[in-house]
Design a protein around this ligand. Sequence first.
Ligand SMILES: [Zn+2]
Length: 206
Amino acid sequence: MRTRKAITSTVRFEVFKRDNFMCVYCGRRPPEVELTIDHIIALASGGSDYPENLTTACAECNNGKTDRQVSQSSAASASDAERRLAAAQKRMEMAKELQAKLSLLQRAREIDREVSTANHQLVVRAWREAVRLPEGVPVCRKVKRAISQFIRRLPVEDLIHAASLLSRIQPKGDDGYIRYFCAVCWKKFKAQKPGPNVRGPNESKE
Ligand SMILES: [Zn+2]
């Protein structure tokens, strides 16, 4: 097992400075939050202590969800379940309205698909710029799939930001970029306000 070297205060300061003294996952700054150093890829998973693998994170995002967030989230899903039940009963009584709603829903889904496609293209463009992919060279399918995983789960600006962070690293292949991107996105996803029915990317069947 490798021994963990303490990160020097100089390195800590340099990383904080590079990240504008702001948590890269939730965007909060002191004094609202306490800043800590987070390993993008954990030491246990082969991540390094080099600044490219270090990032500024508030204590809360660094440690994962707090008890407070967990209890808020389960209370929210209980009342949400009641609300959905009432909504379902109402729909059963009003079958005609349901028909109209369904066609609206269908249209909403089409629009959602179009927006997602456009957002996906924006993230791919940010990715290309960050990894300096030459003109005419397409991004590989694995990259597109990694972006698709998060496209409906994070605001597009968060995905573009995560892609832009790839300019910090120089991995040997796309896999290194994908791991880094997914690690940032996953932590940004967890830093979002917890809501009902939010599924993690690994639980998706898409
Ligand atoms: Zn944070």
